[in-house]
Each structure stands twice: as structure tokens, then as C-alpha cells.
Design a protein around this ligand. Structure first.
Ligand code: ATP
Ligand code: MG
Length: 180
């Protein structure tokens, strides 16, 4: 299984329809500051069902819709289409290629589809959940996060390890209990 293509329409800085074709292996997106590299990563998280505006580096969900520039008016909707090569059947669906799309309208409505069939967010999440991608399965390391790890104090570094090991929440609970 691998990601085959990603199309952005009206998503953040991508006002015109833009398609990235992805090959198996590592893909690098290069470009000057502010050219939209991180927006591409946001689009990938968004089409897989991301619900947090903050994870998408915005204040509210409709911040993903192209907001307009001096030369181009704002748009009323954002759409992202992700095509996944499923020749190996990693996704539990009888298609060798799976296309997931998400559309959001400025008036608030949101739509999902799988292979052109309208569906619920839950259907997208369930489709992806056994495959190593989708909600909380894939890992997106944000800009500056690596610097954060390298520059961390010993206590901070311990925090990262505890979070990865899943003990941080227990320590937080213990600290809270001791304070009472
Ligand atoms: P850097 O190299 O600094 O990390 P980048 O290539 O990752 O840059 P992005 O963060 O992807 O850049 O893109 C930032 C640009 O996207 C900004 O110019 C910002 O104005 C624009 N942008 C973000 N949201 C929208 C939106 N809703 N409508 C229009 N433009 C947007
Ligand atoms: Mg960036």
C-alpha cells in the first residue's frame, strides 16, 4: 500500500486544483518559505479525518479554506482528494485503488466520500484504522519538534520518553493525587 496522489482544491494557499503524484518510497517536497509545503502535510492529515484546528495550524476549522489574496477572492469550499494504491489489499475494501475525499463549505458543512460514494467520517476512520494510517496511527513530526527534542533539558527529554512509553498520563494523575 502506498499513497498515490493528493489533490488540493481551495485548500489553504492552493486556490487552483493542484495534484501531487507520489511514488512508493520517500517523497520530498521542497520550496521557499511560505510556499505551501506544510500546507500539503496539513491536507494529508485533513483528508484522513483530522478534526483539530490546532493540528492543522489554524484557529478554526474553516481556516483551511482559501482565504483570498490581493489578486484573488476567497473561496467558499476546500476539497482534498487522496488516492491510495491498495494492490496488496492492506485496506479492507475490494478495490486495488481507493480514493478518499473530504470537502468543507464555508457555511460549516463537511462531506466525505470513499471511491465516489458519500460516507461518514467514521467510515473513513474505520477504513484506515487497520492499515497503519488514519487517526492516531500515522505520525506527523511538525516543524520545530525535532529542535525541541534536541534542545530539551534532561527533564524535558524524560517527558518525551515517558510520553512514548505511555506512562506520562499516569505520572500526571499521581502528581494530581498527591497535591490533594
Ligand atoms: P516554511 O518553509 O516557512 O515552513 P511552508 O512552505 O511550510 O513554509 P506553509 O506554512 O505551508 O509554508 O504555507 C504558508 C502560507 O500559506 C502562508 O503564506 C499563508 O498565508 C498561506 N495560507 C495558509 N492558510 C491559508 C488560507 N486559508 N488561504 C490562503 N492562504 C493560506
Ligand atoms: Mg513549513
Amino acid at each position: 500500500m502506498h499513497l498515490k496522489s493528493l489533490t488540493l482544491r481551495g485548500f489553504k494557499s492552493f486556490a487552483s486544483s493542484t495534484t501531487l503524484h507520489l511514488e512508493p518510497g520517500i517523497t520530498c517536497v521542497v520550496g521557499p518559505n511560505g510556499s505551501g509545503k506544510s500546507n500539503v502535510v496539513d491536507a494529508l492529515a485533513w483528508v484522513m479525518g483530522e478534526q483539530g484546528a490546532k493540528s492543522l495550524r489554524g484557529g478554526k476549522m474553516e481556516d483551511v479554506i482559501f482565504a483570498g489574496t490581493s489578486g484573488r477572492p476567497a473561496l467558499g469550499r476546500a476539497e482534498v482528494v487522496l488516492t491510495i494504491d491498495n494492490a496488496d489489499g492492506a485496506l479492507p475494501i475490494e478495490y486495488s485503488e481507493v480514493t478518499i475525499s473530504r470537502t468543507m463549505f464555508r457555511n460549516g458543512g463537511s462531506e466525505y466520500s470513499i471511491n465516489g460514494q458519500g460516507c461518514r467520517l467514521l467510515d473513513v476512520q474505520e477504513l484506515l484504522s487497520d492499515s497503519g494510517i488514519g487517526r492516531e496511527m500515522h505520525v506527523i513530526v511538525g516543524q520545530g519538534q525535532l529542535d525541541g527534542v534536541l534542545a530539551a533539558t534532561p527533564e524535558g527529554r524524560r517527558g518525551f520518553i515517558e510520553e512514548a512509553a505511555g506512562v506520562l498520563k499516569h505520572r500526571k494523575r499521581k502528581e494530581k493525587a498527591l497535591r490533594k
